[in-house]
Write a protein that binds this ligand. Sequence first.
Ligand SMILES: C[S@@+](CC[C@H](N)C(=O)[O-])C[C@H]1O[C@@H](n2cnc3c(N)ncnc32)[C@H](O)[C@@H]1O
Length: 346
Amino acid sequence: MPSLFPLEDTRDLICAPGTVIDIGGGRLELSLKELTEYQFLGFNDGHPRDLPTGLFYNTKGLQIWGDITRLPGYRQTEDEINLLHTFKDQIANWIVEGCTIVDMGSGDTRKVLPLLAHLERLGVEVQYFALDLSKEALEQTMAELAPEFQHIRCFGLWGAFSDGLNWLRTVKSPKLILSLGSMFGNDEFSLAVSRLEEWKQVMGPDDLMLLGLDACTYLPELWDSYHDPSKVWESFVRNGLEYSNEVLECNWYREEDWDVTGRIDEVPDVVHRFSIVAKRDIYCPPLGLYFSAGEEVDFFEAWKYGPERMRSQFKLAGFDELYKWQTPGNRPFFEYLLANADFGKN
Ligand SMILES: C[S@@+](CC[C@H](N)C(=O)[O-])C[C@H]1O[C@@H](n2cnc3c(N)ncnc32)[C@H](O)[C@@H]1O
C-alpha cells in the first residue's frame, strides 16, 4: 500500500474507491482499554464511574444499532433522514467540487445516502469518507456504497474521532465534516463546547460542518425512545457491558447481577442516561471493583439541546452558525451548518 500521508488534497488519493484505510483502527482496542480503565475503574479521580460510548459500538453493537434505528419509538433516525431528504438540494448548494466529506461515526451510512445521491445526479465530484470504529462494518458498507457512484469516490476510515481529527489536519482541500445522529454537541454543556473547539481547530476558511442533534424534550416520547418493549436497547447496552469484560480482560459483568434502566434529568438541560443497578453485592478483586446492592452506574448520555442552547455552544466554540434546518412537521430535530468566522475569505 503506497503512503497515504500527508494527503493535502484527497483527489490525489491513489487507492481504489471502496478501500478502508486504517488511520488508527489497529490501536483501537488498546485505547478503549485505557479509556475504560480511566472512566470506569476509577482512575478519573473524583468523577463518577462512566462507561465509554465506544464500548457499545463493536461489530455486534452496530448490528443492534441498526435495529434500534428502525424501532417505532426511536424517531430521531427517521426525523434526520426526512430532514436530509427534504433539504438535500439546499445542503448540496454549499458543497463545492472536490470537497472532502468526512462522516464522523458513519454507522450504516443510510442517512447520508439522499445527499450523496443528489450530488451524484448533479455530477459534483467529491470524496466521501465514512469514519467508524468497526473495520468489518466499514468493509461491508463500502462494498455496497462505492459501486453505486461515478462522481463520488467513497472510502472508509477505520479509527476513532481522535484519529479523524489528526487525519483532517493533513487535508488542505475544502472539507465538510458530518456529525449525523446526535453526536457532536451531545455532552454536558462545557465538555460539548471544548470538544467542538477541537474540530474547529482543524477547519480552514473553506470548511464546513453539518451537525444534527435531536432536541426532544417531551418526556414520555424521550423515555419511550430509549426503553422499547422488545428490549432492543437493553440488548445493545448488555452487549456493550459484555464487551467491557473482553476489553478489561476480566469478567466483572454478569448479566444476572445487573438491572438495566435509565434516568431523565431536566436541570440544567434535559438529558437521558442509561443506568445499571446492582442486584446484589458485587466484588471483582482483580479490577478492584466493589458495588453494594442497589448501587448505580450511569452512562451513555443523550443531551437534548434546542437551537438556543446550541447557538451558545457554537458561539463559545468559535463557530458561526450559517444555517439551520428543522425536520418538517415541527419535529424536534435540527441540522446546523457551521463554519469558522473567516469562512469564504480565502
Ligand atoms: C449514534 S450512531 C450514529 C450513526 C450514524 N451517523 C447515524 O446517524 O445513523 C454513532 C456512530 O458513531 C460511531 N462512534 C462512536 N464513538 C466513536 C468514536 N469515538 N470514534 C469513531 N466513531 C465512533 C459508532 O460506531 C456509530 O456508528
